[in-house]
Design a protein around this ligand. Structure first.
Ligand code: NDP
Length: 275
């Protein structure tokens, strides 16, 4: 029941109509008896500041930020957590008694999904396509654990900036897309949007895929890359787990509780299966 005490949380982005976050978070709130509702808010670019300030004014628990505002949201916040600073983007805002603090749970979400799939990064050679927002979020953690990291992006400026930043975290990080960097890797990761749309090419030449590769995609479905890798017998991990765990981590930041992961996962999968 919605009462005069019911709190709000929500998603700020544009578009947001496809989002599975309301289903997942509302299931979590309901299960724990937390008097809060999560709504999706499509926000026009010129009203982003107003929307974020309303988190404070309307006493929201917090919010998620999604495309295209993950970077632009930062200017409206009071403080930014260390990992979000490195990434240069926030996906979660916590309202700490009127102080809006930006976090980024995408990278830790990815690491949790890998853990869940039984994949450890420690000592592994990783090749990643993409140097955008998702890539920044996950490499912040991968660089600390992997033995080596090779990255490729069609945007040479973005790629050089990410590699420079990651060298402060780990020395064995280079921009490289040679055949050897791909075939010798233990783990291949697609952190580009290639594979999102029907008819997209593969972000990695399919003749370079090998059975020993663990192949991951941040896109939350089995992309052509993952389908091809599976047909060769590779272990594959899609981005659904990352999406789930980044949400769980946001929920825990807002509520200071342990999230009911089974309930939230069922709600997410329910929505996902109806997409
Ligand atoms: P960005 O646009 O910030 O970054 C993508 C980067 O990939 C760009 O630099 C782009 O270059 C580059 N790129 C495009 N094509 C290629 C290619 N063939 N080879 C190498 N690099 C290429 O996007 P995001 O990082 O925000 O998002 C990437 C994907 O991650 C999206 O599909 C998104 O849905 C997914 N995602 C999933 C999440 C989850 O929870 N599972 C969370 C966040 C994102 P250019 O700009 O020049 O095209």
């Amino acid at each position: 029941m919605i009462t005069a005490h019911t709190k709000l949380a929500g998603l700020i982005g544009n578009p947001v109509g496809h989002s599975l976050s309301p289903a997942m978070h509302n299931a979590g709130f309901e299960h724990l008896g937390i008097d809060c509702r999560y709504m999706a808010f499509p926000v026009a670019p010129d009203l982003l500041g107003d929307a974020i300030r309303s988190i404070r004014a309307l006493h929201f628990l917090g919010a998620n930020i999604t495309i295209p505002y993950k970077e632009k949201a930062i200017q409206f916040l009071d403080d930014i957590h260390e990992e979000a600073k490195f990434i240069g983007a926030v996906n979660t805002i916590v309202n700490d008694n009127g102080r809006l603090v930006g976090h980024n749970t995408d990278g830790r979400g990815f690491m949790r999904s890998m853990e869940e799939a039984g994949v450890t990064l420690t000592g592994k050679r990783v090749f990643m396509a993409g140097a955008g927002g998702a890539a920044r979020a996950i490499t912040y953690y991968i660089a600390k654990e992997a033995a080596q990291l090779r990255i490729f992006d069609v945007d040479a400026v973005k790629l050089a900036a990410l590699v420079d930043d990651l060298k402060k975290v780990s020395p064995d990080v280079y921009a490289e897309s040679s055949t050897n960097a791909i075939t010798a890797a233990d783990i291949l990761i697609n952190a580009t949007p290639i594979g999102l749309h029907y008819g997209d090419p593969l972000p990695v030449d399919k003749t370079l895929l090998r059975e020993h590769h663990i192949v991951c995609d941040v896109i939350y479905k089995d992309t052509p890359l993952l389908v091809e890798a599976k047909s060769l017998g590779c272990l594959t991990v899609n981005g659904l787990g990352m999406l789930f765990w980044q949400g769980v981590l946001a929920f825990e930041l807002w509520t200071n509780t342990t999230a009911p992961v089974d309930v939230m996962r069922n709600a997410l999968m329910d929505g996902y299966n109806r997409l």
